[in-house]
Design a protein around this ligand. Structure first.
Ligand code: AMP
Ligand code: ZN
Length: 488
């Protein structure tokens, strides 16, 4: 089985060859933790969660690094008042690191809700200031960067003069770039408008600042990813991912920094996830065209007619390929909900099927499995994979209606393959089972509280717990083994 990955740098699908056989080093740009992540951000992280799960399922040992951007980085106009962290600190009257903590916690909670696996390493930009200063020094020493008024810039023209190609990822031509740039960031400090900051001098208003050989300042955004990916995955590693919008300038700058520092291309496969749109426009905080994950899940919003379970949102996202734009809508969510229920129902039915070794069925399990793996290894094509899973769903319903048969071994094979694709690879969760588990845990807590009430002779309370549960159709029975319950 050969895995094909669309490499944004090559502009085509390529056969994946890891640097170290059987191992994959993967870096994904994480969130800037100055406010809550919106559903669009979730889509990108979910796309890479699916890719991580797929690589693991295919047998690779993956080291997955996803950073947290917690150091202030300037917006395009270079005005400190527009620094996202500084703005939010003023707005919420909190310390910068309080903002970081608050939104990092929120980010983790949200991803947990959508059943994303944690990365193996989650480094922070502020935890790697020393590495970023070292890289900046190296770039100055080798002539790729220069200091100007307490800031340090990467010299893009020098980079190209040495036969390298700034613009190779975004397929931009440097002359065009120069023609289209206004020199606002840097305000006359830079040799050329396309030069980007490696280190920025902190103005008196800037709260997040560190000492450096160039005075007090803070690192440029592009540099943190080079510092952290190199530290944990090496000077050249297998996969680098992020949203499409990060291709330029962020990833273009990462390539330039890596090549200038180490003389080698930092990444073998660049992967870019496409955007989530709403009302046919990119979801974004700045335009106000966004929805927060909690608003969708709780139903507290004006866009969707009802609430949707996170597993259904996840299923909806995976019904589009990670490189396609996905427009979220009420109809799309309702259709996903229907499909999801049918898939879960089929899994339930599968547990009650009786095998029949005598009759032969028309459904070839081997062919079906091969098609599923072809989809997965064809640049992680989740919609095609899901379409194949629904062929199995159709077959399961036919088994139930006794229009098809399956052998005992086939049944085991179908069960384990389908479960692996649905739960391990797609990362879906069985809502019903989950709810049952939660209910059981809650009832155990109530039983424990009732026991404590009885022990302290608070029979009023213990009777109240029993009677109120009974009114809800839950009967508690006290026996020698302890208290059990039955639900009518
Ligand atoms: P940020 O915190 O702004 O750096 O964004 C975190 C991630 O979300 C980046 O990889 C962005 O490319 C991605 N992202 C931002 N907006 C969207 C969107 N509308 N759809 C999908 N991904 C997005
Ligand atoms: Zn990055």
């Amino acid at each position: 089985m050969q895995l094909k990955i669309y490499n944004s740098l090559a502009g085509e699908k390529e056969i994946f060859k890891p640097i170290l056989e059987g191992n994959v080093g993967m870096y994904v740009c994480g969130p800037t933790v100055y406010s809550n992540v919106h559903l669009g951000n979730v889509r990108t992280f979910l796309s890479f969660d699916f890719i991580y799960r797929s690589l693991t399922h295919l047998g690779y040992k993956v080291r997955y690094v996803r950073n947290i951007t917690d150091a202030g980085h300037l917006t395009d106009d270079g005005d400190v008042n527009n620094d996202r962290f500084v703005k939010q600190t003023r707005l919420e009257k909190l310390e910068p690191m309080e903002i970081v903590q608050k939104y990092t916690v929120d980010f983790h909670k949200v991803l947990d809700m959508f059943n994303l696996l944690p990365p193996n390493i989650e480094p922070t930009a502020t935890g790697h200031i020393v590495e970023q200063i070292e890289l900046t020094q190296k770039l100055i020493e080798t002539g790729f960067a220069y200091e100007s008024n307490g800031s340090v810039y990467f010299d893009v023209l020098e980079y190209n003069a040495r036969g390298l190609n700034y613009g190779e990822l975004s397929k931009r031509n440097i002359e065009e770039l120069f023609a289209n740039t206004r020199d606002l960031d840097g305000q006359g400090e830079k040799k050329n408008p396309q030069d980007f900051a490696l280190w920025k001098k902190a103005s008196p208003a800037h709260i997040m600042r560190w000492n450096s050989p160039w005075g007090e300042g803070f690192p440029g955004w592009h540099l943190e990813c080079t510092a952290m990916s190199t530290k944990y995955l090496g000077e050249t590693f297998d996969i680098h991912g992020g949203g499409m919008d990060l291709k330029f300038p962020h990833h273009e700058c990462e390539i330039a920094q890596g090549k200038a520092c180490n003389g080698a291309s930092p990444v073998n496969y660049w992967m870019h996830a496409n955007m989530l749109t709403m009302n046919a426009q990119r979801m974004s905080k700045s335009t106000g065209n966004y929805i927060l994950p909690m608003q969708l899940v709780s139903g507290e919003n004006d866009f969707f007619e009802k609430s949707f379970h996170p597993a259904i949102v996840r299923f909806c996202f995976l019904q589009a390929h990670y490189r396609s734009v996905l427009d979220i809508s009420n109809d799309a969510m309702l259709a996903s909900e229907k499909g999801f229920s049918r898939l879960m129902e089929a899994l339930k039915i599968l547990n009650s099927i009786t095998p029949n070794d005598e009759k032969q069925s028309g459904f070839s399990l081997d062919d079906w499995k091969a098609k599923c793996y072809d989809a997965l290894t064809d640049d992680f094509n989740s919609p095609v994979l899901i379409a194949h899973l629904f062929e199995a769903v159709k077959f399961i319903f036919a088994l139930k209606d006794e229009k098809e048969t399956i052998s005992a071994q086939g049944l085991e094979d179908l069960k384990s393959t389908l479960n692996a694709f649905v739960f391990d690879v797609l990362g879906l969760q069985n809502i019903e089972e989950n709810n049952n588990e939660k209910l059981d845990q809650t009832l155990q807590v109530l039983i424990e509280l009732r026991n404590q009430a009885r022990k302290s002779k608070n029979f009023d309370l213990s009777d109240q717990i029993r009677d109120k549960l009974l009114a809800e159709g839950i009967e508690l029975k006290d026996g020698r083994e302890g208290t059990t319950y039955s639900i009518s």
